[in-house]
Structures are given as C-alpha cells and as structure tokens.
Design a protein around this ligand. Structure first.
Ligand code: HEM
Length: 459
C-alpha cells in the first residue's frame, strides 16, 4: 500500500525573515519540532518558501532523484562564490563527468596512502598537548583536519603559514555564508566592513590555491596525492581532463568538504566521550588492546569497531552538514504535492536522525545501535549524514578513516573532561554544525593504565 504523506506549514514565520531567527538561534530545537507538523513541512528562508522532507522516504527520494531535485537554492547559490562549479556544487548536467574524473582519487589504495598522513598528523596533534592543558576543541581539530586535507591533496608542497592563511580565509568566508543566505543579493554589494572582509577572504583563498597549483604543475610526476590525480585525470577516450579553473574549483571543494566537517564530527565525539564514562571505558579498552600507546594506522581500522560505532553515532546525533538546499528543475510531485520548477527544498538530516519514529531513543547516545545485527530493520533514508545517490559524499570513507584514526589515537593517550566556559549549543549561522565552544581539559593516560586495560581485555 502506498504511504499516505501529510504536508503542512510550520507556524511562526515572520514577514521578510521567515523562520530565519529560530534557524539561526536554536536550529536543533527548531528542526526537531518540524516532524510534528507533517512528513513534508513548508518553512520560509527569508522571503523564500521551502519544503523540508521530514519522512526518511521523502528525504531519500529528494536525494536520489538528482536530475529533478538539482543543486541550487539559497545555500548552493551562495556557496558557488567560494567553491565555484566544483563537484559538490555543480548542476546535474556537469556532475557525472566530474565525478568520473575524481572518483579514482578516492579508491581504496589511495585512501591507504592518505591514512599515512592522517596517522602522522594525529601523532603530531596528540604529542603537542601537555597534561592539564585546556584546548578549545573545534579550532584545534579544524587545524588538524585542514592540515591533513592539504597534505593529502598536495603532499609536502604547502607550509604551515599557508595552511593557517587558508583556515582564516575559510573562517571568514564560511562565517558569512549563512547570513548571506538570508539576506538579499543587493546587501552584498554595499561597501560594508563585513562585505569587504568577505571579499578579501575569498581573494586570499583563491590566490593561495592558484599559487599552490602553479607550483605543483611545474613538476609532472605522480606524488601519490589527490592533486596528482586531479591534474592527470582524463575524459573517456583520452580527452582533455580538467581545465585549470576546474582543478582550482575541485581543490577548494575538497578543502571545504574535507576539513570543517570532520573537525565538527571529532569535536562532538570528544564531547560525547567526556559525558559518557562507559563509552570512554570501552573505547579505551579497545584502543589499549589494539594500539597499546602507538598511533593508529590504516591496518588497525578493522580492529576498532567500537571506536567506529562511536563516530557513526556522533554523526547521527550531530550531522555536520545539517542544512543544505535543492531546487526543482522541472514540475514534480512530492508527498502528493505538485511542486513547480524552481521550488526550494531544504535537506536537514537531523530532522530524520532525531525522530522517535525512525530511531529508538533518538536523542540518546548509543554507539551499539550500529552493531551490524541491529541495523537491518532501519528504514531507508534513516541515516543521511553523507547524503545519498549519485551526489553522495565522495569523501565518506576518507572521513570515517580520518575520524576513527584520530579518535583512537587521542583516546588511547588522553582522557578528556569538559572545562568551565564550555557551551555546546550549536554555533549560530555556521555552515557546519559544531558546538559554540567546547573546552576540554586533557588528562594523560599513563603507560601503566594503558597496559592494565590491554591485559584485562586480553585475559
Ligand atoms: C564527516 C565528514 C563529512 C560529512 C558529514 C560530509 C557530508 C557530505 C554531504 C551530506 C554531501 C552531499 C551534499 C549534497 O547532496 O548536496 C557531501 C558531498 C561531498 N563531499 Fe562530503 N562530507 C564529509 C567529508 C568529506 C571529505 C573528507 C571530503 C573530501 C576529502 C568530502 C568531499 C565531498 C564532495 C567533493 C562532495 C560532492 C560529491 C558529489 O556531488 O558528487 N566530504 N558531503
């Protein structure tokens, strides 16, 4: 029998700004409230009417039918200022060619090479910490993931100053992105300090990436990194491959897609670790048995199933890509409603991930819900952290490897405790959902403690 879907409008939209205020100020509560109104719920982003699929089946339909529900709408229109026409933002007509050219850069053999960089950077991170230190988790982990992304993209070609410069430019450019989504285009052309800072950040970002690519193109050997794959990618039949501009857009796309997202996931996971002593004990037991004090590497991944489940559960509760858009390319029926071409859809995984009708105890932190024998009955579309279909995240395996390796290395050496000043409400207007400020006090785990748990779990 066909499912009967309920569609309705969320109350409380204000003239001009629509639901912008609750979306900016308390996004999680606002999104959690939507399923109570129906399976497809109308909201307003500024003056624009948009539909949020709250039922997993509808969410999946929108993600899978990427020809009809194309990239576009308030978020992608603004995001293109930063990432151009790269793989994540290009319309359907350009997508299949780009994906074919980029996919080899994410094959298993390549991931194994990238894992060496992940291991080195996790080691450098945990060795830079000292007992009793309080770290502001998100910026520190963002530095870690951006350095890792830069080094997997360009191997040794970029120094730390350039990485810091890229991080600052991204901070400013992405910090302004959601605000721009809610404001009219004309506002962006006003000579305001915020607009000037945004323009300068973009100029710096594009300039740095151009310089790096130009340096890189001077040598023509395969460095075993992502950029080598991009530069040498060829269209079918030996065609031209990616132009300079396309390589540029893909590099920025990968830096954008591959750094803030993983940093947000690791930040939430460390927060959950600090709040759930039983999960902390389990992750220590696992990492002590497998690592015993050395950093985690590629071959350890199959031996770290609990660490991996923690990451997945954290991705369910706090999906970093928490809100993005689609635009209908033609007339289409969704949940029994006829949508005209040009209609905006808002995709928000937390809406589905935190629903009692989809996941038992939806707001509880239960890594073991991801045990293989417990996931068989989950409805399709119930876990959409990486999207779905042809536009599904190309870096999902990269992200899971990086997050699992980093978490294992951290948890094996350090215990983390929330310090005063922590505020884990999601940062307002952030492109990627992360806590406003997670301050973590670092307590070293002694070699004795590591050995003790390792022995216990062996006996
Ligand atoms: C926890 C980490 C990550 C999350 C939550 C995440 C999430 C997502 C989501 C939801 C999409 C689909 C967006 C849409 O349908 O409009 C996506 C696409 C994409 N992601 Fe990720 N991502 C992560 C890590 C990465 C990494 C590590 C990379 C690269 C190194 C990456 C690169 C991309 C690219 C290039 C696309 C576009 C794919 C396409 O359209 O074919 N992402 N990501």
């Amino acid at each position: 029998m066909a499912t009967h879907f309920v569609t309705s409008a969320a109350p409380g939209a204000l003239p001009l700004v629509g639901h912008a205020l609750p979306l900016m100020r308390r996004p999680v509560e606002f999104l959690d409230s939507l399923p109570a109104y129906g399976d497809l719920v109308e909201i307003r982003i500024g003056p624009t009417r948009a539909y949020v699929p709250c039922h997993p089946e509808l969410l999946r339909q929108v993600l899978m039918e990427d020809r009809v529900f194309d990239k576009g709408g308030a978020l992608f229109d603004r995001l293109r200022d930063i990432v151009g026409n790269g793989l994540g933002s290009c319309p359907h007509r350009d997508h299949r060619r780009q994906r074919r050219l980029l996919q080899p850069a994410f094959h298993r053999a390549r991931l194994q090479q990238y894992a060496e960089v992940m291991e080195q950077e996790s080691t450098a991170l945990t060795e830079s910490w000292h007992a009793g230190q309080v770290v502001d988790a998100f910026p520190v982990l963002y530095g870690f993931t951006l350095r890792t992304a830069v080094r997997t993209l360009f191997t040794a070609h970029v120094d730390d100053d350039a990485v810091d410069g890229i991080q600052r430019s991204f901070d400013t450019a992405l910090g302004g992105l959601f605000q721009r989504m809610f404001l009219p285009r004309a506002w962006q052309r006003l000579p305001l300090p915020a607009n000037r800072r945004y323009e300068q950040a973009l100029e710096h970002l594009h300039g740095t990436v151009d310089r790096i690519i130009a340096d890189y193109r001077r040598g023509d050997q395969d460095h075993g990194d992502l950029l080598s794959k991009l530069v040498s990618a060829r269209d079918e039949g030996g065609g031209a491959g990616l132009t300079d501009e396309e390589v540029h857009d893909q590099v920025i796309t990968m830096l954008f897609g591959g750094s803030e997202t993983v940093a947000a996931n690791l930040t939430w996971t460390l927060y959950l670790l600090s709040k759930h002593p039983e999960a902390a004990r389990q992750v220590q037991e696992e990492t002590d048995a497998v690592l015993g004090g050395r950093p985690a590497g590629w071959s350890d991944l199959p031996e770290l199933p609990f660490t991996n489940r923690m990451i997945t559960e954290s991705l369910r509760l706090y999906p970093p890509a928490w809100l993005y858009t689609r635009i209908t390319a033609s007339r289409v029926e969704l949940a029994g409603r006829l949508l005209e071409p040009g209609t905006t859809l808002v995709i928000s995984p937390p809406v589905v991930h935190r629903q009692a009708a989809v996941h038992a105890d939806p707001t509880g932190f239960t890594p073991d819900r991801w045990l293989p024998d417990r996931t068989a009955d989950l409805p399709r579309g119930s876990f959409a952290t990486f999207g779905a279909g042809a536009r599904k995240c190309i870096g999902d395996a990269y992200a899971l490897a990086e997050a699992t390796l980093a978490l294992a290395t951290i948890a094996n050496r350090w215990q983390v405790e929330c310090a005063p000043g922590t505020d884990v409400r999601p940062a307002p207007l952030a492109t990627v959902m992360h806590p406003r400020r997670l301050l973590l006090r670092l307590v070293p785990r002694t070699t004795k403690a590591v050995r003790r748990t390792a022995q216990r779990s062996l006996s």
